[in-house]
Design a protein around this ligand. Structure first.
Ligand SMILES: [Zn+2]
Length: 220
């Protein structure tokens, strides 16, 4: 009751708005119908076509376009951590949960320590942590670390990307993932090479299956 009153009070002070067009919406984190109709497109990436050999499947929730493109960009490069709630909302409202009933651990693609320090947070953790707990999935961000400071993948040609990311990740406790089903999560998928490199490490340590999930992608 008290929480409801407090929420109502906060909604008067800070009415919930669509992060892109700023129109009023029904709850904090939500997008308006018009923006949502442009971006929401839950789909499975064709892992064979992208030559991703270690991932068992890969799903994305939205098109990397319009308002979403700007929101993700601002969260990554302009320290707009506040957009995390809007990206998390997209996951919670895309009818995904029933796909993940067999998952043992959810692991976010890690940032290198230097980039983490510079940004102050890992945007993927901000987006997926609450969602993962809400879906009663086991959040395990410490199982995978990035031990190589790589050039951002989007700055490179396709042929250089594999080379750049090779050997960039390490498992902290390889024995934990043996025979487990893993869900790897990331904010954006461009070619899937980064996720596939993480999946390779997990499979090497005996993971039974590794699935990918990202908020957005322009790939098919
Ligand atoms: Zn909108």
């Amino acid at each position: 009751m008290l929480t409801d009153c407090w929420t109502a009070f906060l909604n008067i002070l800070y009415p919930p708005k669509c992060p892109y067009c700023k129109i009023l919406v029904q709850e904090h984190g939500a997008w308006c119908h018009s923006c949502l109709s442009v971006i929401l497109a839950v789909r499975e990436l064709n892992i064979m076509e992208h030559r991703l050999k270690s991932l068992d499947s890969c799903r994305v929730v939205c098109e990397y376009t319009g308002g979403l493109k700007r929101i993700i960009h601002d969260m990554k490069f302009r320290k707009q951590k506040k957009y995390g709630i809007h990206l998390s909302w997209l996951l919670g409202n895309s009818k995904l949960p029933h796909y993940f009933s067999t998952i043992d651990y959810v692991i976010p693609v890690p940032l290198h320590a230097e980039r983490l320090q510079e940004r102050g947070y890992n945007q993927t953790e901000v987006i997926f942590k609450k969602w993962s707990r809400k879906e009663k999935l086991f959040w395990a961000p410490d199982l995978l670390v990035r031990n190589k400071h790589t050039i951002p993948q989007w700055e490179l040609t396709l042929s250089k990307r594999k080379e750049n990311i090779k050997g960039a990740f390490l498992l902290t406790r390889p024995e934990v993932v043996k025979d487990k089903n893993i869900l790897l999560v990331d904010d954006i998928i461009t070619t899937g090479i980064t996720l596939d490199e993480c999946a390779k490490m997990l499979k090497k340590s005996g993971a039974a299956s590794v699935h990918g999930l990202a908020v957005a992608s322009g790939a098919r």
